[in-house]
Design a protein around this ligand. Structure first.
Ligand SMILES: Cc1cc2nc3c(=O)[nH]c(=O)nc-3n(C[C@H](O)[C@H](O)[C@H](O)COP(=O)(O)OP(=O)(O)OC[C@H]3O[C@@H](n4cnc5c(N)ncnc54)[C@H](O)[C@@H]3O)c2cc1C
Length: 247
């Protein structure tokens, strides 16, 4: 069922300007040319615009779908009720043998620019369509190689607009938790992930205990304890740890 869009549109337009589109057919943005309308569509060409769009949607409690090149998506004819946010930040800067790449950059364009500087490694991926961000999201690969092998560091923006960085070798996970009230997108930072990751399965319910805080309408849970719910619990599954941010 369509969400009430009128007041939401006004607030989104105040924040994002005339580049905000409504009822945008998603078939125009997917490789397979399928997909009905998005209530709202915005292509963010600067990181600040991306952060503003995420913050505003979060404040409005509007569902957001982050779109890259659309090459790994089959979108329903029903479209998307919420904001489709296209990461269109495309800057690529080289720094010796490394590169700083914004996630909206076209993956093949980045590979071409590496070739032009005689930097090898990513040529295996020349047949993979889409954006650098989409490739990182799915760890795109082929011929036994993948983009993760060549990734030194990532910076991502969470729903509060806060920048989060991770360095190579540190495990970091993005998980969705669901209960009867909502779905909670979370980021596990390395220490919490190392302690608790082995507990999480799709088959057993569990309890996260910690401090809940609200920031820009996004909830942050600082986890102090994670355990399986009574009935599905084994004594060795209970873990306690010092507080760790999960946002
Ligand atoms: C002809 C063809 C050949 C292909 N060959 C391969 C192959 O050999 N190997 C392979 O791994 N894949 C392959 N793919 C699949 C696809 O190209 C890759 O998965 C690609 O990396 C998806 O990137 P995208 O930007 O198009 O992502 P999209 O399709 O736009 O999105 C895919 C997912 O990534 C998320 N996402 C996109 N951008 C971001 C971002 N900046 N931050 C966070 N999340 C983001 C989206 O929310 C979505 O969940 C192929 C696809 C086609 C059509």
């Amino acid at each position: 069922m369509p969400i009430p869009t009128r007041s939401i549109e006004t607030r989104l337009r105040d924040a994002l300007g005339e580049a905000l589109l409504t009822q945008e057919p998603l078939r125009h943005h997917t490789t397979f040319r399928v997909g009905g309308p998005a209530d709202f569509y915005f292509a963010a060409r600067e990181p600040d615009h991306l952060v503003t769009a995420l913050r505003t949607a979060t404040e409005l409690r509007l569902p957001v779908f982050l779109l890259g090149g659309g090459s790994n998506l089959l979108v329903s004819d029903e479209g998307f009720r919420g904001l489709v946010l296209r990461n269109a930040c495309e800057a690529i800067e080289f720094d010796g043998t490394a590169a700083h790449v914004q996630c909206g950059a076209d993956f093949l364009e980045f590979i071409y620019q590496c070739r032009d500087r005689q930097l090898s490694g990513l040529e295996f991926a020349a047949g993979i369509p889409g954006s650098v961000g989409g490739a990182l999201y799915g760890n795109a690969g082929c011929y036994g190689d993948d983009i993760g092998h060549y990734t030194l560091e990532c910076t991502h923006v969470d729903l509060t607009g806060k920048l989060v960085e991770t360095k190579k070798g540190e495990p970091m996970e993005f998980l969705s938790f669901e209960d009867t009230t909502d779905i909670y997108e979370t980021t596990f930072f390395p220490r919490a992930y190392a302690r608790f990751c082995r507990l999480f399965t799709n088959t057993r319910p569990f309890l996260l205990v910690g401090k809940v805080e609200e920031d820009y309408s996004a909830l942050t849970l600082t986890v102090e304890e994670a355990r399986y719910l009574a009935g599905s619990e084994s004594p060795s599954s209970v873990q306690r740890a010092p507080p760790e941010a999960m946002s």
